[in-house]
Design a protein around this ligand. Sequence first.
Ligand code: AQP
Length: 328
Amino acid sequence: PRRVVSGLQPTGALHIGNYFGAVRRCVRLQEQGEDLMIFIADLHSLTTHQDPQQLQQNVLELTACLLAAGVDPERSVLFTQSSVARHAELCWLLTCLATHARLAHLPQYKEKAAAMKEVPLGLLLYPVLQAADVLVYGGTHVPVGADQLQHLQVASQLVRTFSHRYGRAFPTPRPLLADDGSDRLRSLRDPTKKMSKSDTDPKSRILLTDPDDVIELKIKKAVTDFTPQVTFDPETRPGVSNLVTIHCLAEDKLPEEVVQEAEGLSTAQYKRVVAAALARALAPVRARAAGLRARPRLLRDVLRHGAARARPRADAVYARVAALVGLH
Ligand code: AQP
C-alpha cells in the first residue's frame, strides 16, 4: 500500500510557492484518497535560529493555513515532528550510516553553509532527518520539488545501506513530482531565483495572507521583459512565464489556454488578469485561516490528535528497526 509523507517548516508566513507547491498538492492527494501524513517540521526549522515564542506562533499559524487550505485532520494525519520522538531516534540510527562526504556535497548544504561563519551540524544532517521523517512511517511516496530530488536520493541510499547491513526494514521512497509547474514558482523580483520565504525583498513573494490590493501591487511590480505579448516559455521568458504558471494554478488551466485567452493583451493588462485570478483563488483560504487563527485551542487539539495517531505508526516501524539493529 502507498503511504505519502510530507512536511513543511514553521518558518513564517507561507507564500504562494509553498501553497500551490506543497499545501494544495497535499490537499489534492488527500482528495484522491491517499494515506497521507503531514507534519510541521519544527525540528528542521531549528537548523536556523528560531525565536522560541515566534516558533510556537508559527506552528499554530501553519496549522491554521493547512486546515484552511482543506487538510482534513480525520482523513490525513496532521502533527508536529517533535511530538513523535521516533523521528529523532531513527535519525540517529541513520546518522550512523550516512557519510560526511556525501552530505557535505549536496548543493543546498553547500549554498547555505557558504553564507555562514559557523555551520551548525544540524544543517549538514538535514537530509538524514528528512529521510527519518519518511522512513519512520514506512513512507512510499514523497511529494517533492525538483530541488528536493537529491535529498530523496540520500533517503534511498540510506534504505539500501540499512538493508545491506541489517536486513530490509523500509520501502524505498519515491518522488511524486508535480506536472503543473507548481513546484517551482519564481521570485517576482528576480525570475531566475525561486520564490522563497527568506528573500529579503517582500515584493519577491505573495503571501497567503496578502489582501487583494497587495496581491495586485506585487504582481504589477513583477519583473518581466520588454516583449509585449504573453507567451509561455520558461527558459527564455521566465518572468512572464511565471505569471502564466501562477494564473494556471489559480484557475486550474493549462498554459496554452491561458496564453490564448491573453492574446492581444499588453503585459500590464495581463498582470491585472493574473492578480484578479489569484485573488479569487486565495480569498476563501485567507478568510478560513483568519477564523482558525482566532482559535488556538482548537489548533492545539488538532495537533494533539494527529500526534496520537502518528505515534503508534512510528512505534511499529521503529520496533522492527531496533530489533534488526540489535537494540531490543
Ligand atoms: N518557489 C517555490 N515554488 C514551489 N514550491 C515551493 N516550495 C518552497 N518554495 C517553493 C515548497 O514549499 C514547501 C515548504 O518547504 P519548507 O517549509 O521546508 O520551505 P523551503 O523549502 O525552505 O522554501 P521556502 O519556504 O521558500 O523557504 P526558504 O527561505 O528556505 O527558501 C516545500 O515542499 C517546498 O518544495
